[in-house]
Ligand binder design. Structure first.
Ligand SMILES: [Zn+2]
Length: 176
């Protein structure tokens, strides 16, 4: 039984760990989009070339059709919401370990969904809709993860995959 579970886990983890990264993947955040609408990772975390200059991409870009639900990756408290030049309409959620998740390029002001600073959001609670506000070339969610010292971390090392998230939902009776 234990071996069977291990095999399943390894099969699920293989695609993400295959690229031999020095840091281990330890998922603790649910996928921050409606998993049925998610299309693909359009840009990963890390250094990338923008007009010939190397720039740190401080999050991961998750492509999905406009209007797809953006959901909290874990329970937390809304730390900030508003509109910023690069991020567009955004929501920042602080979690109980002091880490924060940031959801950017939202379609409209999250206040329209009743999202306000200080409110508690449940895991997978809707915080916005996918849009393309701010510096964005097409509809996607830019998802950032900041540690307890405010340093950006690679979200793909912390996120459950859409398939894993769906399994959690099924276990909780929240999906079929
Ligand atoms: Zn991005």
């Amino acid at each position: 039984m234990r071996t069977a579970v291990m095999v399943v886990m390894l099969t699920l983890l293989a695609p993400l760990t295959a690229r031999a990264k020095p840091q281990a993947r330890k998922p603790w955040l649910l996928f921050p989009l409606d998993v049925r609408r998610f299309d693909h990772v359009s840009s990963k975390f890390g250094l990338r070339r923008v007009q010939g200059r190397r720039k740190l991409h401080r999050g991961v870009d998750l492509a999905a059709p406009p209007g797809s639900w953006v959901v909290a990756a874990r329970e937390g408290r809304v730390k900030d919401t508003g509109r910023a030049r690069a991020c567009g309409w955004y929501v920042t959620v602080q979690h109980d370990n002091g880490w924060r998740t940031v959801y950017c390029h939202l379609r409209f002001d999250p206040k329209r969904l009743g999202i306000a600073t200080g409110m508690l959001v449940p895991a997978l609670g809707v915080v916005g809709e996918v849009g393309s506000t701010g510096h964005s070339t097409g509809p996607h969610l830019h998802f950032s993860l900041l540690d307890d010292r405010g340093r950006p971390r690679d979200p793909l090392l912390a996120l459950y995959t859409p398939a894993e998230t769906l399994r959690v939902l099924k276990q909780l009776g929240m999906a079929q």
